[in-house]
Design a protein around this ligand. Structure first.
Ligand SMILES: NC(=O)c1ccc[n+]([C@@H]2O[C@H](COP(=O)([O-])OP(=O)(O)OC[C@H]3O[C@@H](n4cnc5c(N)ncnc54)[C@H](OP(=O)(O)O)[C@@H]3O)[C@@H](O)[C@H]2O)c1
Length: 283
């Protein structure tokens, strides 16, 4: 199976290509240098020539706060880029997997969202991801949409790397304690995505590591597992204003994965332990 993966130079795409290669699949990973997805003609030509069996679309404009000031660029990459890829996928009959986000939800309440809950994004990035979901749904049938959250992987910036960096210069940190969600380890998610893409169990799914926590609890666990002596003070969202509004409730149910015979990801603390080890090996 020939699988094209966008966002190869980012966190998730990198691990999807690595996992697929390990499985003996024909993986083609691309970053912006190889193909700028905002260039419609280039996208068409690239896909027509490659004729992949499937496209795992991990590329996105992911700077959530910056998106509030760079709306046009964000829209162009997330909505237009996705549209061009989906149109090209249709031409060559390729399966399509679009990676989406917990930010499509409004984020109120305390119960986990299910895939059929109404979307109502509260920041611009989330809005563009939801608009992209609608675009791909209007174009394609052989389609997976996978909503993920709080991503960490070896190839790129993430919360864990930021916390570990801060631990070098701080013995106390204020971290938001009233936004609850689930971390997602790209090493684990890549396996699930590749299991999925080889089936025809199309539809919208949610996928994260198991268990819920706040950012403050996540930070505490990072310091505990990495042996750093840093005191974490849980603060409120209001005490840590950001340009883009963040949902307080990012809990997502993974029941649909189980119902469709897919293996849910391991608990987030186990994933963190594996990742910290991966970071050590990488150094
Ligand atoms: N990070 C999170 O916490 C999070 C949470 C929920 C959902 N998601 C979604 O998960 C997916 C993967 O996220 P990630 O954290 O792996 O992303 P990432 O590390 O920020 O990487 C983004 C990727 O998109 C590519 N890209 C950006 N603009 C492009 C363009 N115009 N043409 C082609 N490629 C372009 C980048 O390529 P270059 O490096 O070559 O520019 C890079 O490979 C995204 O769809 C994101 O929306 C992420």
């Amino acid at each position: 199976m020939k699988i094209l993966v966008t966002g190869y130079t980012g966190q998730l795409g990198y691990d999807v290509v690595k996992e697929g290669t390990k499985r003996g699949l024909d993986m083609i990973g691309i970053g912006q240098k190889e193909l700028d997805i905002t260039k419609e003609k280039d996208v068409q030509t690239f896909i027509q020539e490659l004729k992949p069996d499937a496209i795992v679309h991990c590329a996105a404009y992911t700077a959530v706060d910056q998106a509030e000031d760079q709306k046009e660029i964000c829209w162009n990459v997330n909505v237009n880029g996705t549209k061009y890829l989906a149109e090209a996928a249709k031409e060559v009959n390729a399966k399509f997997m679009f990676i989406s986000t917990d930010y499509v939800y409004k984020g109120e309440g305390t119960t986990p969202f299910v895939e059929t809950d109404p979307a109502d994004p509260i920041n611009y990035y989330g809005y563009t991801k939801y608009e992209s979901e609608k675009v791909v749904q209007s174009l394609l049938n052989d389609l997976f949409i996978v909503r993920i959250s709080w991503v960490f992987g070896i190839n790129g910036k993430n919360f864990i790397k930021t916390m570990l960096g801060l631990a070098e210069t701080h013995d106390e940190l204020n971290v938001v304690g009233d936004q609850i969600g689930s971390p997602t380890y790209t090493f684990d998610l890549a396996k699930l995505l590749l299991d999925m893409i080889q089936t025809d169990k199309y539809g919208i799914y949610q996928a994260t590591n198991e268990g819920f926590c706040s950012w403050a609890e996540f930070a505490e666990e990072i310091f505990k597992q990495s042996g750093k002596q840093v005191k974490v003070n849980a603060i409120t969202t209001e005490e840590y204003p950001t340009k883009a509004v963040r949902p307080k409730n990012s809990r997502m149910s993974k029941q649909k994965l189980v119902d469709n015979g897919f293996k849910p990801l391991r608990p987030w603390k186990e994933a963190l332990a594996h990742y910290l080890n991966e970071l050590k090996i990488e150094v």
